[in-house]
Structures are given as C-alpha cells and as structure tokens.
Design a protein around this ligand. Sequence first.
Ligand SMILES: CC1=C(/C=C/C(C)=C/C=C/C(C)=C/C=O)C(C)(C)CCC1
Ligand SMILES: [Fe+2]
Length: 339
Amino acid sequence: MTAALAPRTRPTLPGTLERGLLAPTTAVFLAVAAGFVVLDAAGVVVPPAVQAVPFAASVLLFGLPHGALDHLVPARLDRRIGVARSIATVVLLYAVLGGATALLWALAPLPAFIVFIGVTWFHWGQGDLWVDRALRGARASRLDGALTVAVRGALPMLVPLVAHPADYLGVVSGTTRLIDPASGGPGSVAPALRVGLAAALLLLVVAHLLVRRRVGGPVRAAAAEIAVLALFFAAVPPVLAVGLYFTFWHAVRHIVRLELLEPGGAEGLARGRLLAPFGRFMRDAWPVTLAAVLLLAGLALVLHDAGLGTYLVLIAALTTPHTVIVTWMDRVGLRARRG
Ligand SMILES: CC1=C(/C=C/C(C)=C/C=C/C(C)=C/C=O)C(C)(C)CCC1
Ligand SMILES: [Fe+2]
C-alpha cells in the first residue's frame, strides 16, 4: 500500500481512516447501544416506522448505491479488462444470479430468506475482513479469514435472533408472506436454543481472537469492534440496528474501498479528505441507483407493498451478484499481497 512507503512524518492512510472514520463509527454505535440500554430500562418502545428510517434512507444514501459501481470494478482492478467488457460481464452476472435469486424467492420464499441471511452473513463478514487486512495489517491466513468472516457476519445476522427472536422472525415471516401468504416459518426460538447459539458465538469469538493473536494482525481493534457490535445488536431493535449497520458501517466501508481504486484516491484519503469521496461516489453511482429504485418501484407494484419486505427482496436479488464481485475483489487483493 502506498501509505506504507510514505515517510513517517506524513499521515498514513490506515492512521487517518482509523482516527477519522473507523473509531468514530465504533464510538457512535456504542453511544446508540448505550442509549437503547437506557430506553429499554425506561420501558420506551421505538415505533416500527421510526425503526425503519435507516433502511428507508439507505435507498438513496450509501446502502443501495454502494453496489452501483460494480459494473466498473473489473476494469478498475485489471487494466487488461476494458470498460465495455467490464460492463457486459457484470450486467450478465447480475441478470443470471439476480434472476436466479428472484426465481428462488418466487418459488420458495422461506428457503430464499434463509439463503439471503447466509449470503449476507458471508458478505458483511468479508467486508470487515477487508478492513482488518487492508487497513490494519491482518495476515492473509485462511483460518483467520474464515473465523473473521464467521464472527463478523454472525454479529448482524445471529445476535438479533438471540436477543430479539420475535422481531427477527416477524421480519422473516412478514417478508415471505408478501410472496406466499401461506408461507410459515418457526414462530419462536426455544430459550435453550438461544442460550446455545449465544454460547457458540462466544466460543467462536474467543477462537477468532486467539488465532488472530497467533497469526498476527489487529487484536485490540477487532475485539473492541466485536464487543461494541455485540452490544449494539443485543440492545437496539433489529430493524433499526441492521438498517444502521448496513448504511453506516458496511456500505461506508465499501465506498472507501472503491475510493482506493481511484487514481489518487489513497493519497486524498491519507491527507484526511474523507468527505469528498462520498460526494464523488454518490455522483457516479446515481444512474445505476436510479435503475435500482425503478426496479424497487416495479417490485412494490407486483407485491402490493412499498415497505421493508419488498426492499429486502430486491436487496436479496442484488446481493448475490454483488457478493461475487466483492469476492473477486478480495481474490485479486490477496494475489497482489502474496505477490
Ligand atoms: C432487516 C432484518 C433482517 C435481515 C436483513 C438482511 C438480511 C439484510 C441484508 C442486506 C444486504 C445484504 C445488503 C447489502 O450489502 C433480519 C436479520 C432477518 C431480522 C431483523 C431485521
Ligand atoms: Fe456490500
């Protein structure tokens, strides 16, 4: 990375991002979690419409747009790939994998939601693995990678199930019933299962941090983020928590990653120009975001619902090909690191 070659007196990219973006995000998530511990103790219930605000905002802000430059990623990562070929390949990938995901939702919505949770678990986990590796120097070990992905994906996908099973299953059944009113999933989670899942996750976190210490890489920063996110997803109602995480954690980090592929992007970020890339990104991403919003409107007409469920079905169809693109980015990055 360029920053590693810079003289010590100059600000480094990881240092600037840690101080200017990553640590403040963790602090805000901690404050939100603490706020909800207090609200909960006071018996305050946040209305569903308020809980859905981050997801609603994510249609235009960071969330939905964060995949809107996927069609340019192959060309930016590999100079041998021209822009036309890059766009054609990614459009085909989205048509085939997005179409297959949509078909699964049409035929079997409950299994489709379970697959969606699995894909999100992997994809959000891989997002945080990139931060640990590219910005914090985690070693490229297979075991460390697998444990990081498992733990980081489990925080948004498993902790809400353990802490708020009724809300969680309500979102799943509310969504699947949009497609098949007879679709039924489990109505509750047995207390013993909740305890078992929490214990399994705790063991996984311990194994992850031990392996991380052995292979080399951030332990303190990772442990702090994991602790804050565990508290966050335990304390904050699931729709609000997952919406905030998607928009301000996962998508923001991916936009930073894309900025690093721009000429001069790393230098600008290292010098502390942290806001400009987001403006530039939103400008570049708006045409494809608009296309996604039109798809969302079409889907809302078909499903007779303009709420969270319809949005989740659209995100599910887009996330499968988006995850393939990001996995490819990870592979190219790994090859470059191994030389
Ligand atoms: C809303 C919500 C859920 C699922 C959200 C998912 C799966 C979102 C995926 C978003 C993606 C993949 C965005 C792209 O990066 C749960 C956890 C089932 C229950 C709690 C509320
Ligand atoms: Fe993503």
